[in-house]
Ligand binder design. Structure first.
Ligand SMILES: CC(C)(COP(=O)(O)OP(=O)(O)OC[C@H]1O[C@@H](n2cnc3c(N)ncnc32)[C@H](O)[C@@H]1OP(=O)(O)O)[C@@H](O)C(=O)NCCC(=O)NCCS
Length: 151
């Protein structure tokens, strides 16, 4: 597990622009993973599971509550982007969430995140908006958009 936490944090450090203030600290990730409702999945550069001793190319962190699996974080290391790993992580998520008894996926993202295209292509449908929900480090405010997908 400690190896996996290292892998998650290596992708986290590379994937999130500090301006967004979205990256979680090691402590936040470690604490969340103590909860029986929180799950992670790592992906290697070839879209398969990570090999022993190798770093990960991406990960998801999710929470499963009351038949719904919420995507808390998804990230792919910049050097490995645009090769379908984000989509593959969502496929794994749908599969894993179903196996955990979920019948719906849920996520919330800041407006203007390019990941929106990935989510829509995967079948996520917008549910609502929370105006000015995110405050970026430079003071900019952005709406939060919630998306859901039936499994
Ligand atoms: C979002 C993210 C995980 C996508 O990973 P990825 O491996 O590049 O995604 P994929 O290669 O599977 O892309 C699948 C589709 O998503 C869309 N997409 C993904 N990233 C995009 C971008 N930066 N701009 C435009 N479209 C994008 C495209 O439609 C793409 O389809 P295509 O390959 O047919 O053009 C990655 O950009 C990332 O880590 N971003 C920073 C972290 C973040 O913002 N996470 C979301 C909030 S937690």
């Amino acid at each position: 597990m400690n190896d996996d936490l290292d892998r998650i944090m290596a992708v986290m450090a590379a994937a999130f622009d500090p301006l967004w203030g979205e990256a979680w600290t090691r402590r936040q990730v470690a604490d969340s993973l103590m909860l029986p409702t929180v799950f992670y999945r790592l992906i290697g550069p070839d879209g398969e599971s990570v090999i022993d001793g190798q770093p990960a190319a991406g990960f998801t962190l999710t929470r499963n509550v009351a038949g719904e699996e919420e995507l808390l974080l998804i990230a792919v290391e910049p050097a490995n982007r645009g090769t379908g790993l984000g989509r593959k992580l969502l496929q794994y998520l749908a599969q894993d969430a179903k196996a955990r008894g979920a019948d719906r996926l849920f996520l919330e993202m800041r407006s203007s995140n390019p990941a929106e295209r990935l989510y829509r292509e995967f079948g996520f449908v917008p549910m609502g908006t929370r105006p000015d929900y995110y405050s970026l480090r430079d003071g900019t405010k952005l709406d939060a958009i919630t998306f859901a997908k039936q499994l």
